[in-house]
Design a binder for this molecule. Structure first.
Ligand code: NAP
Length: 309
């Protein structure tokens, strides 16, 4: 049997991302030993019931001692505190990465706590669902998805190569990117859609009670697809908004301008303008399906994925 990729892996945070990693690490035998750490005793107990690791501890510093790979999967606003806790316990040569949805802020919070000789390589798997907690994870979450690594200047090439191989074994295709560029790209492809969804569902929720019941009744006509995004974890998304502020505000400003232009086209009955935009956006969806990032089914393949999880 081949050697595991890492003798010891420590997962700090065992929600959707951490527990999906735990499951794929076990399936692919990527760790000699897998240690699981999380903040609340009830989450730790649930991770143990699910058999996600070999060892469990609420003490993140104890979890990372002697670990060759540490993956931090907590809300981005908690990254600094976690880094301060684990920093002194990290062994020289260890690779530390994270799964946070924003990169500039996570780097600013974590890097100061990383001792010399530790390879800190921030990352972001572009894979997720609207569910959270250890029960929500599944081993196939990262299969066929991108994982973006944002290595800092002077990153050790061998460490980067090892972390790349780790994510590849989890099923992902790895791309490296500058952290600021990552934050700008993710603001438009992920953060803005979630904010728009939260906003439209919030607007509907503010409507008069009688209309509200009709919103639920007739939701399949469009509203329903927004509710999936708007059901995402409030803590995670509060932190994303607070920690990718500049890029999100930039994209929101562009969005508002374009929305005003659309509003004007509707007001003035400019059908050509509406048709051109809708035709252009339909082509975008086709390219996403062609790129294998979605399937052309009415439920977007989500039923099949939910049954697997
Ligand atoms: P999750 O399911 O809500 O799990 C969060 C984990 O972080 C839990 O183990 C939780 O521990 C712990 N945690 C929460 N608050 C904490 C704090 N203040 N200090 C220390 N630990 C804390 O979240 P997730 O979906 O796995 O997301 C984890 C990270 O991955 C986030 O940074 C998110 O931006 C990123 N990400 C998420 C997705 C997605 O679709 N969900 C996709 C890509 C990347 P307790 O339960 O013990 O409190």
């Amino acid at each position: 049997m081949s050697e595991p990729l890492f003798a010891k892996i420590a997962l700090v945070g065992i929600g959707l991302i951490g527990s999906s990693l735990a499951r794929v690490i076990r399936r692919e035998k990527l760790a000699g030993e897998l240690v699981v750490s999380t903040r609340r005793p009830e989450t730790l107990a649930r991770a143990a019931e699910l058999g996600l690791g070999d060892r469990y501890t609420a003490d993140a510093a104890e979890a990372v001692a002697d670990a060759d790979l540490v993956v931090v999967s907590v809300p981005v606003g908690a990254s600094g505190d976690v880094a301060a806790t684990i920093g002194p316990a990290l062994k020289p040569g260890a690779i530390v990465t994270d799964a946070g949805s924003t990169k500039g802020s996570v780097i600013a919070q974590m890097q100061p706590h990383m001792p010399a000789g530790v390879h800190f390589i921030p990352g972001h798997p572009i894979a997720g669902t609207e569910h959270s907690g250890p029960d929500a994870g599944f081993a196939e979450l990262f299969a066929g998805r991108w994982c973006i690594l944002t290595p800092l200047a002077g990153t050790d090439a061998a460490a980067l190569d090892r972390l790349t191989r780790f994510w590849q074994r989890c099923g992902s295709t790895v791309e490296t990117m500058d952290p600021q560029h990552h934050d700008m790209v993710l603001a438009i492809v992920s953060h803005l859609p979630h904010i728009i969804a939260y906003n439209i569902v919030g607007t509907a929720d503010d409507l008069e009670a009688v209309t509200k019941s009709e919103v639920i009744k007739y939701s399949a006509s469009g509203f329903r697809d927004f509710t999936r995004l708007a059901a995402s974890d409030p803590t995670m998304w509060r932190d994303v908004c607070l920690h990718n502020r500049e890029a999100i505000l930039e994209m929101l400003a562009r969005f508002s301008e374009d929305l005003s232009s659309l509003q004007r086209a509707i007001r003035w009955g400019d059908g050509d303008k509406l048709f051109d935009l809708f035709a252009r956006t339909r082509a975008v969806r086709r390219s996403i399906i062609e790129a294998g990032q979605e399937i052309d089914a009415p439920d977007f393949g989500r039923l099949a994925r939910a049954e697997r999880s």
